[in-house]
Write a protein that binds this ligand. Structure first.
Ligand SMILES: NC(=O)c1ccc[n+]([C@@H]2O[C@H](COP(=O)([O-])OP(=O)(O)OC[C@H]3O[C@@H](n4cnc5c(N)ncnc54)[C@H](OP(=O)(O)O)[C@@H]3O)[C@@H](O)[C@H]2O)c1
Length: 345
């Protein structure tokens, strides 16, 4: 079996660590795992794919002789190094938002739009974590009933803000943090503007002039691109919650055809990558604790929506470090290999 040389940019980060463990877990055929990070980590050693590897500083030359580079180091680093990777003939799978809306870059969830990979020109974008998880519940319903518009409220785990987000919650809980009255001060080194333990923050990414955050716009714009529907109407509120891992999303969606719950459940059951977990009277609905480190996204609380005509409400939970980042990226690599379209030049 052919094996591939893979660069992992951001190998020391929250997503990078999951990429290493999922490459092993899914037995991706790795000939070399090249661990790339910032100068701060260069020289440190780490186990990856059966070998003790030395972390290297990422430079334009880091991609020589690689087949695939999975970037998880932030948009700035992707913009700085992706082109160098491409020039070396090494296909980029990018977890940042840098290229997602570039019309020349496929934005792919392999269970939904794998054929878009055939058009790649050396850079492929991985979707925003909440968008990927939401679409794992919405897409099978879209195929069955025809999605017209949806409203999403997200409940996003702290590790969505990287290792620093995880540490912020852990430090606050360890210190038995109790927010002072009217306190708006986050703990030292926290990526959040307010305390996150015992709190909820309706604020992820920067605010725009229209009052939405950039994260909320990703749900609209990326859903449109992945589903191939540029006029899809989407409204979203993103909330950071004191949960370590796995994002949860409440969805109300309107469809063009009449809906019913049994057919909706059957559509979810028949969709690879989603698990129907929906027996409310037996307390069976997806939770972040249950879906952390699970490849499938859980879908439950499916019911007729009371505000939309032909509407369904549902609750989707998925591990954002996996389906929202590392797993989806590796599934893209696997699909490129299957489709024999790794090379574009
Ligand atoms: N966390 C999630 O759930 C999630 C989900 C979807 C997408 N993403 C995206 O994935 C990316 C990484 O997120 P994360 O959560 O893993 O962040 P993180 O835990 O903060 O990790 C950041 C990584 O980037 C590396 N890095 C920083 N500056 C660098 C430089 N100049 N050159 C090379 N590497 C550099 C860091 O290396 P050092 O250790 O050497 O500093 C570290 O490995 C972001 O674009 C994020 O938006 C994250």
């Amino acid at each position: 079996m052919k094996k591939y040389r893979i660069g992992i940019v951001g190998a020391t980060g929250a997503v990078g660590q999951e990429i290493i463990s999922l490459l092993e877990k899914r037995e991706f055929p790795v000939a070399e795992a090249r661990l790339l990070a910032s100068a701060n980590s260069a020289g440190r050693q780490m186990q990856a794919c059966g070998n003790l590897e030395t972390i290297q500083e990422t430079t334009a030359d880091s991609f020589k002789d690689l087949d695939i580079a999975i970037f998880s180091a932030g948009s700035k680093q992707s913009l700085e190094f992706a082109e160098a990777s491409r020039q070396h003939g090494c296909v980029v799978i990018d977890n940042s938002s840098a290229f997602r809306m570039d019309p020349l870059v496929p934005l792919v969830v392999p269970e939904i739009n794998p054929d878009d990979l055939e058009k790649h020109q050396g850079i492929i974008a991985n979707p925003n974590c909440s968008t990927a998880v939401a679409l794992m519940g919405l897409y099978p319903l879209h195929k069955r009933f025809g999605l017209k518009r949806f409203i999403a409220s997200t409940y996003q785990a702290v590790s969505g803000a990287g290792a620093a987000g995880f540490d912020a919650l852990e430090n606050e809980l360890k210190a038995q943090f109790v927010p002072e009255e009217n306190s708006s001060t986050a703990t030292k080194d926290s990526p959040f503007p307010h305390p996150i333990a015992h709190n909820l923050l309706p604020h992820i990414d920067d605010f725009r002039e229209d009052g939405y955050t950039k994260e909320e716009l990703k749900m609209k714009n990326e859903s449109r691109k992945i589903l191939g529907n540029p006029s899809l109407k989407v409204s979203c509120t993103c909330v950071r919650v004191p949960v370590y891992r796995a994002h949860s999303i409440s969805l109300s969606a309107e469809f063009s055809q009449p809906v019913n719950v049994p057919d909706a459940k059957a559509a979810i059951e028949g969709f690879n990558g989603a698990e129907l977990w929906d027996l409310p009277n037996a307390n069976r609905y997806p939770t972040p604790l249950q879906y952390a480190e699970k490849e499938d996204c859980g879908v439950g609380r499916i019911r007729i929506d009371q505000a939309f005509d032909n509407g369904l409400s549902l609750w989707v939970v998925g591990d954002q470090l996996w389906k929202g980042a590392a797993l989806n990226a590796i599934q893209i690599a696997e699909t490129l290999v299957e489709k024999k379209c790794l090379k574009w030049m």
